[in-house]
Every structure is written in structure tokens, then in C-alpha cells.
Ligand binder design. Structure first.
Ligand SMILES: Cc1cc2nc3c(=O)[nH]c(=O)nc-3n(C[C@H](O)[C@H](O)[C@H](O)COP(=O)(O)OP(=O)(O)OC[C@H]3O[C@@H](n4cnc5c(N)ncnc54)[C@H](O)[C@@H]3O)c2cc1C
Length: 492
């Protein structure tokens, strides 16, 4: 399986070992020994990732407490020629935050909210702030920071920006990249670029933010950001509907948009197998409708005003869809608690799937209008490859983003199933490429999809990526081996 590095890199030469030891001592002298961890029990948590695909290795986990300290660490590593992997909340799903012998730079101590400005509608935060803390700080000022992902209790904003995270409100507010006005970044040589502007308009030269957003720590270390805030919703209406197929789901989405315009904030699709898996394994979850249906939609309307009745708009959209046979049954949450229960059915899907054995995952996107066609092509193709396979497609259909997850057949050996990962990649990603889609919708490339990117990317686009990497990080010290492989790394 390509997910696991084929072979561990050779042991470092004695000179290199001495350089690392000297570096670690130097970092400990500046940061304090409590913030430069080397004992296996202290660093273990940083070296395990959510999916268990990679086991990380590092000579030290370094935890600077300020931008200046990050700059010191990066400069010292550059001087010693020692590569660095940045890590935030370690919730990444493509192995980007895992070190394979590099120094691990953890941003968790940079967790201050520097300022909230309800007039500028901005918040200035350090990279290690937990996403949920940012939500709370925005709410405290009567505002909203609308990046919502299921890992928000542990992921950190630097990681969110480095991966250009998506989530369940992209339909209305855009993904992480679109929620940033300014950035502070430590460059590969340790210099600090202060781009912490709070401007809504700024066309002064190239937009340097874009070099760092979504580039997974390969071009610079994000230490702080100015985020865009929005008015806090005054009303929210959540519905759960059973639908016959993905085409009907899209028809429902169109109706809700016609009724409620951009108050349509969330539109998520899930297959029957996914919901049944959640109901089976996640305690406290309850079947939301009277019967089981082939597909389900979770839809939410929200608005910062009470000037119109979102409940009535939701009912009108669902009612018209019901008449047209696009909705088979639906429920609208009557309280916050009921809304939370409906949300759990969607948010627990990844966790529930773990109880069904091995899962091969694809985070792909196609144009929204072509999601049904994608599913109609991809489902029979993967089922033909392995009879008994249990596909569990779900996700942000309103953004054209499907988590095309495949649970192993009942009783099959897990390792034998996971060994088919590349076969499934080829089937699914070929269809995605043919449909002008993306093999990496919101989780990034990291280590997991690096070879897939090399396989599918336009050669000119790849060449430009290599040139950018060379310009920004000529020594190849920032998160090496992630996203793209430099020529030197390919040949070593
Ligand atoms: C249960 C669950 C649900 C999820 N749902 C979603 C979802 O709906 N949408 C979505 O987009 N993702 C989702 N994810 C994936 C993950 O949470 C996101 O990718 C998140 O943005 C990663 O943030 P993090 O702080 O954990 O970053 P990490 O995992 O620590 O790092 C991710 C990448 O960013 C780099 N990085 C981290 N911090 C910095 C920094 N300060 N500067 C430069 N580079 C940095 C790392 O090197 C790595 O390449 C989910 C994950 C889980 C476990």
C-alpha cells in the first residue's frame, strides 16, 4: 500500500547524528529543556496519527512559545542542515504532520488570541489556537468564525490554514483560504514575514498569503493569522431527509437554495450504509426517521437576522421536494438538542466506520452537478473489483466533495484488504480525473497522496510547484517528502 513509506530511510551518518545532537542541545538552551522533548514517552503522542497509517520518528519534538522562538528554531535547523516537520493538532488525514526522522516543530504553545475586532470583523490568532477556542472567542464578541470541521476540538488554526481545511459550512462561507486576511510566517531561513494585515482590499503586488495557505508546511511555518469574522446567526434550522438517490439530493439542494438563497449553509449527503454504521456503533444515536432510506441529506439554513422565518423556508423546500418524489421522508429539528443529535449522525461517520474493519479512503471532488454521475460510475467500478465491498460515500455534496470511503467485506483479512488501496486509487482517481475533478478535495496531499499527485497533476503545474519550492526552500528543509518530491529526494 502506498500509504506506508516503502522503506525506512537509511540510518543517519555519525556526522549527521552529531549535528542533530548539537542542535537539540542548542534548542534546549534557548527554549528551556521542558520544551525540547526527546524521551519516547513524551513524544509518542506526536508520532501517532488518526488513521494509524504512519508511525513517525523524530530526534526531538520542539515546542517554541513565540514567533521569535519559532524563528530561532528554524534558523538553527537551517544552519545545522536539519529538516523540520511542522505540526499543529495532529488531526491531519494524509500524514503531512508526521516526521520520518526530521525535527518535529509543534506549534501548540502559540495559542494566544491576540485581538478580536468586531468593527473590522477580524480576529488575530496565533497558529496553535484550537479551532473551537476561536469559535468561542468570536461568539464572545457576537460574531462567527465559520470554519466547522469534526476535529475542531483538537485541530489548530495553523494546521487548518496549512491544509486549507473545508468542512460543513464551505457552501456558504468558503474554505479556510477564503477566511484569511493576513498571515505571519517564518520562512525557511528563519526570517519572519509579517503580513498580518486586516485589510479587505489589498492589491499591492503579489498576494503572498497564497504561498502558505494550503501548502502543508512545505514553504513556510505559519505563526499567526488575521481571520475574517461574520455576523453571528440569529436563527438556524436543521433538517434530515431520506432521499431515493444523489440526483434527488441535488434537486432538493436546488429547491432549498431557491427558497432560502445563501441562507443554505450546509448540505451533506450520506449513504444508507454510513447511517446504519453510526446507529450500530455510536452509543446514544437514534434513527432520525421512521424507516431506512437509500440515501440521506443533512441540510441547515442559518441567518444573522430574524427578518424572515427560516423554518417556513425549510418546510416549503422540503414540501415541494416531497411532492416531486425527491424526498421520501424528513424531519426538522425542533430544538438545539435535536439539531445536535442530527449533526452527530453525520459527524460520527468516520469514527463509526473504524468498527467495520479496514477502510480505504478517497477525499475527492467533482463539479457539484456531476456528483451523481461520479457515484453512478465509481460505485459499480469498485464493487466489481471486490465483491462484498461495502462503500460508504458521504460528505459535503454542496461543494462537490465526497469522502468516497470503502469498508472491507465482512470477514476479509484487513491487511489483505488494505493492500488493494492502490488498485482502488486507480479506479476512483481515474474516474475523478476523467470528470475534471480533484484527487485531494480538502484533506491535502501530505505523504499519502504525493505519488498520486505526481501521477495526475498537469506536468506544467507540477513544474511550477517544484520551482516555487526551490525558490522558497532551496535547501529542502521544510516538511520534506510531503506534497512533492524534490529531484534530490527522488534520487536518494
Ligand atoms: C474526525 C476528523 C474529522 C475531520 N474532518 C475534516 C473536515 O471536515 N474537513 C477538513 O478539511 N479536514 C477534516 N479533517 C482533517 C484535519 O482535521 C484537518 O486537515 C485540519 O485542518 C488539520 O489541522 P491540525 O492542526 O490537526 O494540523 P496537523 O495535522 O498537525 O497538520 C496538518 C498539515 O499542516 C501542516 N502544519 C500544521 N501546522 C502548521 C503551521 N503552523 N504552519 C505550517 N504548516 C503547518 C503540517 O505539517 C501538516 O502538513 C478531519 C480530521 C479528523 C480526525
Amino acid at each position: 500500500m502506498s500509504a506506508v513509506p516503502a522503506a525506512a530511510p537509511a540510518a543517519p551518518a555519525p556526522d549527521a547524528m552529531r549535528a542533530v545532537e548539537g542542535l537539540v542541545a542548542r534548542l534546549a538552551a534557548r527554549l528551556g529543556p521542558a520544551h525540547v522533548l526527546t524521551a519516547p514517552e513524551d513524544i509518542a503522542l506526536h508520532l501517532r496519527e488518526e488513521r494509524g497509517l504512519y508511525a513517525g520518528r523524530t530526534p526531538a519534538v520542539v515546542k517554541p512559545g513565540s514567533t521569535e522562538e519559532v524563528a530561532f528554531v528554524v534558523a538553527a535547523c537551517a544552519e545545522a542542515g536539519v529538516p523540520i516537520v511542522p505540526q499543529g493538532g495532529n488531526t491531519g488525514l494524509v500524514g503531512g504532520q508526521m516526521p520520518f526522522g526530521e525535527v518535529l516543530l509543534s506549534l501548540t504553545r502559540l495559542d494566544r488570541i491576540r485581538a478580536v475586532d468586531p468593527v473590522d470583523m477580524t480576529m488575530t490568532v496565533e497558529a496553535g489556537c484550537i479551532l473551537e477556542d476561536i469559535h468561542r472567542a468570536a461568539e464572545g464578541e457576537g460574531c462567527l468564525f465559520p470554519l466547522h470541521i469534526a476535529s475542531q476540538g483538537s485541530c489548530r488554526i495553523g494546521g487548518n490554514l496549512a491544509t486549507n481545511a473545508g468542512g460543513t459550512a464551505v457552501l456558504r462561507y468558503g474554505n479556510a483560504k477564503e477566511l484569511v486576511l493576513g498571515l505571519e510566517v517564518v520562512l525557511a531561513d528563519g526570517r519572519v514575514w509579517n503580513g498580518l494585515k486586516r485589510l479587505r482590499k489589498n492589491n499591492a503586488g503579489y498576494d503572498l498569503r497564497q504561498l502558505f495557505l494550503g501548502t502543508e508546511g512545505t514553504l513556510g511555518i505559519i505563526t499567526a493569522a488575521v481571520l475574517k469574522l461574520f455576523p453571528r446567526p440569529a436563527q438556524r434550522v436543521t433538517a434530515f431527509a431520506g432521499v431515493p438517490d444523489p440526483r434527488a439530493a441535488l434537486a432538493l439542494m436546488k429547491r432549498l437554495r431557491e427558497e432560502a438563497g445563501d441562507a443554505l449553509t450546509t448540505f451533506e449527503l450520506m449513504a444508507s450504509f454510513g447511517l446504519e454504521t453510526v446507529l450500530k456503533h455510536m452509543s446514544g444515536t437514534v434513527r432520525p426517521l421512521g424507516a431506512a432510506y437509500p440515501w440521506y441529506v443533512l441540510a441547515e439554513l442559518s441567518a444573522p437576522t430574524r427578518a424572515f422565518d427560516l423554518g417556513a423556508l425549510m418546510e416549503a423546500g422540503l414540501g415541494a421536494a416531497f411532492e416531486a418524489g425527491e424526498v421520501l421522508d424528513a424531519t426538522i429539528a425542533a430544538s438545539e438538542a435535536q439539531a445536535a443529535a442530527l449533526w452527530r449522525l453525520r459527524e460520527d461517520m468516520s469514527e463509526a466506520q473504524k468498527h467495520e474493519g479496514g477502510s480505504v479512503k478517497h477525499d475527492v471532488s467533482v463539479p457539484v452537478s456531476r456528483v451523481p454521475e461520479f457515484l453512478e460510475r465509481a460505485l459499480p467500478a469498485v464493487e466489481a473489483r471486490l465483491p462484498g465491498l461495502r462503500p460508504c460515500p458521504f460528505g459535503h455534496v454542496g461543494d462537490g466533495n465526497i469522502h468516497f470511503n470503502l469498508s472491507q467485506p465482512v470477514g476479509m483479512d484487513k491487511a489483505a484488504f488494505l493492500a488493494l488501496w492502490e488498485d482502488f486509487n486507480r479506479i476512483v482517481h481515474d474516474i475523478v480525473a476523467d470528470m475534471d475533478g480533484s484527487i485531494a478535495a480538502e484533506h491535502g496531499i501530505g505523504r499519502l497522496k504525493r505519488d498520486e499527485l505526481a501521477h495526475y497533476a498537469d506536468p506544467l503545474a507540477l513544474e511550477l510547484m517544484h520551482r516555487l519550492k526551490q525558490a522558497m526552500d532551496p535547501m529542502g528543509l521544510l516538511n520534506p517528502g510531503k506534497v512533492i518530491l524534490t529531484e534530490e529526494q527522488s534520487s536518494s
